[in-house]
Design a protein around this ligand. Structure first.
Ligand SMILES: [Zn+2]
Length: 170
């Protein structure tokens, strides 16, 4: 089976919708650095990491390819944008089906040039709607609301994304 991954940018993380249940989700160290301890969105980002968001740094070679490409296209991209594109290129080279989730025009345009798939987060039907549920890491009981520790056995709780459709909502 072909492995399928999403790569998410900062705005997508901030949208609160970067979790897919059927694909692995990645972002890069420079994006992660925007969610530093003490910052407003630090806890939300930690949540996403616990829910399975992975951080991966692309190789220097891939970053160089992206730098050369944007010199041709004239797109103005931040270092974080370049890293995201480089990671996408790296996955593509490993025969992994990769899609960048971003609303950034510069990233989308460069992705186009490199034949990398992308999707805007605001586009309909792109990201699955989900809600958080909490599962006890001790007794395994699942709760629809947040508890710091399990009300039954007192173990740590772990947030997991849950597909709203399977909860019978729209
Ligand atoms: Zn429990």
């Amino acid at each position: 089976m072909v492995k399928r991954v999403f790569i998410v940018d900062t705005s997508v993380i901030l949208s609160g919708k970067p979790i897919s249940l059927d694909r692995e989700m990645y972002t890069t160290p420079l994006v992660a650095a925007e969610f530093s301890p003490g910052g407003r969105f630090y806890r939300m980002f930690q949540f996403l990491l616990e829910a399975g968001l992975k951080i991966k740094k692309p190789s220097k070679d891939m970053i160089e390819i992206i730098r050369r490409k944007i010199t041709e296209t004239g797109d103005r991209l931040s270092e974080a944008d370049i890293e995201l594109l480089a990671l996408a290129l790296e996955f593509k080279g490993e025969d992994i089906s990769v899609t960048i989730l971003t609303d950034d025009y510069g990233i989308q345009n460069t992705a186009d040039e490199l034949d990398i798939a992308y999707q805007g987060i605001e586009q309909r039907g792109i990201t699955k709607k989900f809600k958080w549920i909490w599962r006890c890491q001790g007794c395994g009981k699942v709760f629809m609301e947040k508890f710091t520790v399990c009300p039954i056995c007192g173990s740590k709780m772990k947030p997991i994304p849950y597909d709203i459709k399977s909860l019978g909502e729209k």
